[in-house]
Every structure is written in C-alpha cells, then in structure tokens.
Design a protein. Structure first.
Length: 157
C-alpha cells in the first residue's frame, strides 16, 4: 500500500482527475494529492470533491511537500468519524465565527466559483471578494484555498 499518491492535472489535460476518480472508486486507502501548475480555485474544488486529500500548486518546496504529507498521515491515522465527510458545513468548529457576508462568499467559493464569478453574483468587486477570502482564511486558520476547501468539505476537521 502506498503511503500517499500524487496525481498531476494539467489545464488542458485533466486525465489526472480520471486517475483520481478511479483510485477513489477502488477505495485507495492512501491520501491522494493533486498537483498542478495552474492553481485555479475551480480545479482545487474539483480535486477535493473527487476525493483528493489536498491540492498543491507548483512550484512547491520539499518542505511544503513534507509538511502536507505529515498532515495527511496524521489525518489518516485518526479514528474515522460517524459523520459523512462529504457534506459541506459552513459551521467550522474551533474557528472564529464568520459574518453573513463571509458565509456567502465561502458558499460561492466552495461551489467552485472564481473571485470574479462570486463578485458578479454577490454584486461586489473581485478585489472585495479577495479581501473576504483572506479574512475567511485567517479566521479558519488555513494558508491556501485548498486547505480551506478541505476544511469545508470535511466539516471543519
């Protein structure tokens, strides 16, 4: 059994997602990391929704890979919860409460919308959405969008 799996996804060649889906369909017990040079939020959402443990944007340092790998091993070593991890929850335990607007922005981002798309739907500027996203990430205690999405889809864990 592998300790972890890394799958590359390109902007035009998304065959890595097929590999990810196949691994998940076969109940691969290892954490799967999706890597890409293109760090678009919709791609990260697709990766997390399809069962990736994390989404890594290249270039990435060896230290970051080791930290993410250690985090995956820690998460996978914990006892499974009876709750369904696929359900989205905007109540993230242990985090500073989000304002109503932050919840709206997070809902849009979790649905795979870009900052511009979320801005258009909420009647705000993309720059304002970026500010809300930064505030959400600070409150949740994550460093990037992939970690944020993982927390949302794993019900705050």
């Amino acid at each position: 059994m592998p300790a972890c799996v890394f799958v590359e996804v390109g902007k035009s060649d998304r065959s890595g997602f097929e590999v990810l889906k196949k691994l998940r369909a076969e109940d691969c017990p290892a954490p799967i990391f999706v890597t890409s040079v293109h760090g678009a939020i919709p791609m990260a959402v697709d990766a997390i929704r399809n069962g990736a443990f994390d989404f890594l944007v290249k270039p990435i340092t060896i230290r970051e890979v080791i930290d993410r790998f250690d985090g995956a091993i820690y998460e996978y070593s914990k006892c499974p919860s009876s709750e369904s991890p696929a359900l989205i929850s905007l109540n993230l335990p242990g985090c500073e409460p989000l304002s109503n607007r932050e919840r709206e922005v997070l809902t849009r981002l979790a649905a795979g919308e870009t900052n511009k798309e979320a801005a258009r739907h909420l009647g705000l500027s993309a720059r304002t959405i970026e500010g809300y996203r930064a505030s959400i990430m600070r409150k949740v205690g994550v460093r990037n969008a992939a970690e944020l999405l993982r927390r949302v889809y794993n019900r705050g864990r």
